[in-house]
Design a protein around this ligand. Structure first.
Ligand code: DAT
Length: 189
């Protein structure tokens, strides 16, 4: 199974980590959103989300063709756009919602989009999708909070090599942030 999936809420550091990881592993790197745009595998533009809607079936087909025999690191928050049978291991990057809020605001995202993503991070959206599509055995969490990109890459490499690490459910923002998490969840923009 030739795909290593790096997933997580937008802003957690997927692209930074996945690119470096591919370099370290000496393999290819695929940014799913970029692939979809370049190859016309989109179903129009979602004005509200300010993002292209991915033709998930088309992307899965394309990834099946591309990944034949070769190892790739795949970067996406849309786990369902990746063929599950090709995923060797999936790493869900996690980031403290307060740091995520800061990063997404710095990116110039509108408040509504910042909040949506912060809420998705608190509610484990990507993790839940990864576990439901891939099963628990291949899914690991890496908490990037307070770590440099180099430290995160090193931790991801360890998980890939040893197939051990934080199991789904180890990161719990509701427990760690308490009322602050609830404030994010009840906020609207
Ligand atoms: P994603 O691909 O998940 O959207 P990214 O790799 O584009 O995330 O990173 C979002 C921003 O955060 C970008 O400005 C780079 C920065 N960043 C990534 N990893 C980081 C880290 N470990 N420490 C500090 N900043 C980081």
């Amino acid at each position: 199974m030739p795909l290593i999936l790096i997933t997580g809420t937008p802003g957690v550091g997927k692209t930074t980590v996945a690119r470096e990881l591919a370099t370290r592993l000496g393999c290819g790197y695929i940014d799913v959103a970029d692939l979809a745009r370049r190859e016309g595998l989109t179903l129009g533009y979602d004005e509200e989300a300010q993002a292209h809607l991915i033709d998930e079936e088309g992307v899965r087909e394309r990834l099946r063709a591309v990944a034949r025999g070769a190892l790739y690191v795949v970067d996406t928050h849309v786990v369902s756009a990746v063929p599950p049978e090709l995923v060797e291991v999936a790493i869900v990057l996690r980031l403290d919602p307060r740091e995520l809020e800061f990063r997404l605001s710095s990116r110039g995202y509108p408040r509504r989009k910042v909040l949506e993503n912060v809420q998705a991070e608190i509610l484990d959206a990507c993790l839940v999708e990864a576990v439901s599509l891939l099963g628990e055995g291949r899914v690991f969490e890496v908490d990037a909070t307070g770590k440099s990109p180099e430290e995160v890459v090193a931790e991801v490499l360890r998980v890939i090599r040893e197939r051990s690490g934080a199991r789904p459910g180890s990161v719990d923002w509701l427990e760690r942030l308490g009322d602050e998490a609830l404030k994010y969840l009840s906020a609207s923009a």
